[in-house]
Design a protein. Structure first.
Length: 95
């Protein structure tokens, strides 16, 4: 007589967040009415191409920002790039 043997095994599915390699804002200075552009590069070790979203100091979004009279002279305007992969993992970088 042969006894039945049962067993289980498992594996954990992981997802590596994208890496934002570089974030740039051009030009690096300006006056009221000038448009700043934010650009970023990102990679994902999982092999997907990440989507990149941009947010500025004042909370506005998009890859461009127009300097307004509300921006204080000598203030620093920053852009944060958030890369999101196909599985929802995120990585950020700021310029």
């Amino acid at each position: 007589m042969v006894a039945a043997v049962a067993g289980t095994a498992s594996a954990t599915v992981t997802n590596t967040a994208p890496t934002v390699a570089a974030v740039t804002v051009t030009p690096t200075s300006g006056q009221v009415g000038d448009v700043l552009a934010c650009a970023a590069t990102a990679t994902d070790a999982d092999g997907t191409t990440p989507d990149i979203a941009y947010a500025w100091t004042d909370g506005s979004t998009g890859d461009t920002y127009t300097i307004t009279a509300a921006d204080a002279v000598d203030s620093t305007i920053t852009c944060t790039a958030t890369a999101t992969d196909a599985y929802g993992a995120m990585g950020t970088g700021t310029a």
